[in-house]
Design a protein around this ligand. Structure first.
Ligand SMILES: CC1=C(/C=C/C(C)=C/C=C/C(C)=C/C=O)C(C)(C)CCC1
Length: 297
């Protein structure tokens, strides 16, 4: 277990403790603030990362990438607008892969690529459904707001059971074929126990925010800093924060504008998730390429 993993466990339990002092509404507000700061920040250097694989980060290149990035975001928004249900399903699939890919990235030197991809997807789906299963009524309400479609809470439960079985089956096969992975997979199961406690004890948004920030965004920012600047020194981390600042401000402004043009009957959190669905595709693709490149280095 890395030093950061131990710290993440401590921060997670502290976050649960903090939430016991907050009323529901403040917990949601704090969750939204964390998502808008750390959560959005971890995607704010995507352009810089893309320009790293395309060339040596020339300004002209960055503008082309930015235009392409915005185009992908608009295309995803259009899909969401034309078919919110399909948009949401694809968003959950892409997010599941993206979360699983990062969480299981330590297996990339052990497992064949295709196997790891399917395994990562099954992990992410199981993780999302673990969260959803703990808060079915809230998930049904948000999904209804986004897609105008009422899902049956029972289906969330079946979804969890199915994805968990698939994940366990894959784990079993991995353990038999690659006994070397035993130690690190053991820790993943320990972390899953921590996530289950977090998701159960906190509200939907707070539970998601803890996982998203502590277990996904901060580790991702660390990997990205090493990829872009070559080390995780304090100097390079500050450089990462400085380089991402403008894109972060622009993204937060874009969410504000997006909210302004949405019907006023929508919850802010629904707007955030719709916006996320649009930025997830280019972000997940950039990180996919980054992790692939790291493997070949
Ligand atoms: C939590 C949650 C949802 C899904 C959120 C997802 C899928 C977030 C993905 C974020 C990503 C991938 C960020 C980028 O790194 C739903 C289905 C909207 C319903 C309500 C609660």
């Amino acid at each position: 277990m890395s030093k950061y993993d131990s710290l993440a466990i401590v921060i997670s339990f502290y976050s649960l403790w903090i939430s016991s002092y907050l009323s529901d509404i403040y917990e949601v507000i704090l969750g939204i603030i964390l998502i808008l700061t750390f959560g959005i920040y971890h995607g704010a250097n995507d352009i810089l990362i893309s320009s790293k694989f395309l060339s040596n980060g020339k300004a002209k290149n960055s503008i082309t990438i930015l235009v392409f990035y915005v185009f992908q975001v608009l295309l995803a928004l259009l899909l969401f607008y034309l078919s919110p249900l399909l948009g949401l399903l694809l968003f959950i699939l892409a997010s599941s892969y993206h979360f699983g890919e990062q969480q299981l990235s330590f297996l990339k030197t052990i497992l064949p690529e295709t196997y790891l991809r399917i395994y990562a997807l099954s992990y992410g789906l199981m993780l999302f459904f673990l969260l959803f299963m703990m808060h079915p009524a809230e998930v049904v309400a948000i999904v209804k707001q986004i897609t105008f479609f009422t899902i049956d809470a029972q289906h969330i439960y079946y979804g969890f059971v199915i994805f968990m079985c698939v994940f366990l089956l894959f784990t079993f096969l991995v353990l038999i074929a690659y006994p070397k992975s035993r130690g690190s997979l053991f820790y993943q199961f320990l972390f899953l126990g921590v996530y289950a406690i977090i998701f159960k004890v906190s509200s939907l948004i707070w539970g998601f925010a803890i996982y998203f920030i502590v277990w996904h965004s901060i580790p991702s920012m660390q990997l990205q800093t090493i990829f872009i600047y070559g080390s995780l020194s304090r100097f390079h981390f500050f450089k990462y924060v400085k380089d991402a600042f403008l894109y972060w401000i622009l993204s937060v402004l874009a969410i504000g504008l997006f909210y302004y043009f949405q019907s006023t009957s929508k919850f802010f959190i629904t707007v955030i998730f719709s916006f996320f669905s649009a930025i997830t595709y280019p972000h997940a693709f950039v990180i996919f390429k980054m992790l692939q490149q790291k493997k070949t280095e």
